[in-house]
Design a protein around this ligand. Structure first.
Ligand SMILES: Nc1ncnc2c1ncn2[C@@H]1O[C@H](COP(=O)(O)OP(=O)(O)OP(=O)(O)O)[C@@H](O)[C@H]1O
Ligand SMILES: [Mg+2]
Length: 196
């Protein structure tokens, strides 16, 4: 009998996916569970009152450090900006410049009260996934960044539709639709989704 049953909901990882993987895993389901554990530790770190107070989330190294903490036990390239093109995101050589602009804008918004606290965090989330700085984990990283920015402004963390967005489905569809509305300049649906 084989160790791993192939079949529905038991998707094997591709050779590429396995190459940079730190643990020895065979299926997407095992990977999802492994990542979830890794990310839970990063959440606890990021949202701990001491770290929230002491760390500046709008400093560029924080972005990389947070990604590293979310995926350090999973991917060899955790915390490193991508060096290849994806079907989403800016050209990879523009990542640093675009991030610097986003961090500068967000700092300005924060200091000048340009947006209500939730809107600031959600706009930041949208701009960050639009840049797509990492090879993977951008959605989860940018959602945690938005949660950190909400908490820094004394707001509760977001609910993000109240479902597991990593899985395909209705919630995922609503989330992506809301991101696309934000691409077109309307941040309203994403703001509503994040608090639903
Ligand atoms: N069509 C799209 N338009 C805009 N943004 C998109 C689109 N499709 C995906 N995204 C964003 O990219 C993210 C997926 O990128 P990536 O795989 O790097 O992140 P992830 O954290 O691994 O994924 P997930 O969000 O499934 O946990 C989505 O979560 C979403 O934020
Ligand atoms: Mg992904």
């Amino acid at each position: 009998m084989s160790l791993f049953t192939e079949g529905k909901g038991n998707t094997p990882l591709s050779a590429d996916e396995r190459a940079d993987l730190i643990p020895n895993l065979a299926t997407k389901e095992e990977l999802n569970e492994w990542e979830r554990q890794n990310i839970l530790e990063a959440y606890a770190w990021a949202l701990a009152p001491n770290n929230l107070r002491r760390r500046d989330p709008l400093a560029e190294p924080y972005l990389r450090d947070l990604h590293l903490r979310m995926f350090d036990q999973t991917w060899k390239w955790a915390g490193a900006y991508r060096t290849t093109e994806k079907n989403i995101g800016v050209p990879h050589h523009e990542i640093r410049e675009r991030l610097a602009a986003l961090l500068g804008d967000a700092r300005y918004w924060l200091e000048h009260g340009t947006y209500a606290p939730d809107e600031l965090a959600v706009r930041f989330h949208h701009r960050l996934v639009f840049i797509h700085p990492f090879a993977n984990g951008n959605g989860r990283h940018a959602r945690l960044m938005a949660d950190v920015l909400a908490q820094r402004q004394d707001r509760p963390v977001f609910t993000w539709g109240g479902a597991d967005l990593v899985r395909a489905g209705n919630f995922r569809r609503r989330y992506i639709d809301a991101l696309q509305a934000a691409d077109a300049g309307d941040v309203g649906p994403l703001l509503a989704f994040a608090r639903s």
